[in-house]
Design a protein around this ligand. Structure first.
Ligand SMILES: [Fe+2]
Length: 333
């Protein structure tokens, strides 16, 4: 990001900062969508070309987005950090605003009570889990919320700190050659994907809110009775991916599908790229055209441990209307 681009963006951030003490409201989300129209043309053009598959890649890395290391304070010990008036409000607004060039921000009611901008920090208790807080295990290939039909089109990850040099790993479907016989299996509904652990009640215990148990009804149904889905879909030449290595299986007894899925996962390995994100790096990932994960790393637990932020973006906010409280709300229940 050039200084000229940033100075234009900073003016919009200033305006939003005067009006909002938190990014976690539907009013902010709407202001953000509207303000994104005023972003510099170069950024909007990049987002447009990325969104509509004019670029041969599954992710875009923007560098040089300012992060004030002193003002943002110590890295939080847990994702359950306060929602209002955070010291890093400016960075939060900037991430939401810049990312809104790709789509509308939204959250999941069953994941941190719908928080748009999640904290991704190492949590010792979760070090071996398939969760953002893990570190001793590879976070294996996945699309964000692969189990859900309304999963985001894009996610934006912004790095505040990564002194441990953990690698974010990516694999892009456009780099794979998929033979017809593999396509025939992978594009058929011969797989089930369970909701990942972050959507379970015991992963949502917070000091800041109490989540009503009925919010998990839909998730429970998806656990009890997962509907078969394909792993690949859409255009044969430019397919979409629906994969979560840790929570996905072929239907019982379907050995051919199990082998095809394993083949696809190993193809992702073979075409892996990795990025060690630096403070001020913002990664836009196409959640339908790329899978992502994270390498094993050793966290420096404490005030300067790894600290990333993540937000979901959709191209079709109208599509989730039946699953939100109302037209203005941005939480999918
Ligand atoms: Fe993820």
């Amino acid at each position: 990001m050039s200084p000229l681009e940033w100075s234009a963006i900073a003016r919009i951030v200033n305006e939003l900062e005067q009006s909002f003490g938190s990014v976690e409201t539907p009013e902010f989300a709407d202001a953000c969508s509207l303000s994104a129209h005023q972003l510099p043309r170069s950024l909007r053009e990049l987002a447009h070309r990325f969104k509509y598959l004019h670029l041969p890649c599954g992710a875009v890395l923007l560098s040089g987005v300012p992060v004030d290391d002193e003002r943002i304070g110590p890295s939080p010990a847990h994702w359950d950090a306060p929602w209002r008036n955070p010291p890093n409000l400016r960075e939060e607004i900037a991430q939401c605003l810049i990312s809104a060039a790709l789509g509308d921000i939204f959250g999941w009611r069953t994941q941190e009570n719908g928080r748009f901008l999640r904290h991704i920090v190492p949590i010792d208790k979760e070090r071996n889990e398939q969760l953002g807080g893990s570190s001793s295990t590879t976070l294996v290939w996945h699309n964000e919320e692969a189990f859900h039909a309304l999963r985001c089109d894009f996610l934006s990850i912004f790095c505040y700190r990564n002194e441990e040099r953990a690698e974010t790993i990516l694999s892009y479907i456009g780099d794979l050659h998929i033979p017809d016989e593999k396509w025939a299996v992978l594009a058929a509904p011969r797989f089930v994907i369970l909701p990942d652990k972050s959507h379970l009640p015991d992963q949502n215990i917070s000091e800041h809110w109490r989540l009503d148990d009925h919010a998990f009804e839909h998730i429970r149904r998806m656990h009890a009775d997962p509907q078969p889905v394909p792993a690949l879909s859409g255009a044969r030449e430019q397919p979409f991916i629906q994969v979560d290595e840790a929570f996905m299986k072929a239907l019982p007894g379907d050995q051919e599908a199990a082998e095809a899925l394993n083949w696809l996962l190993r193809q992702f390995d073979a075409h892996k790229s990795a990025v060690v994100m630096q403070p001020g790096d913002m990664l836009w990932i196409d959640n339908k055209r790329a899978v992502h994960g994270r390498s094993i790393y050793q966290p420096n637990y404490g005030a300067r441990h790894r600290w990333l932020r993540r937000v979901n973006l959709t191209l079709n906010l109208r599509g989730s209307l039946p699953y939100r409280e109302n037209a203005v709300g941005r939480h999918i229940v």
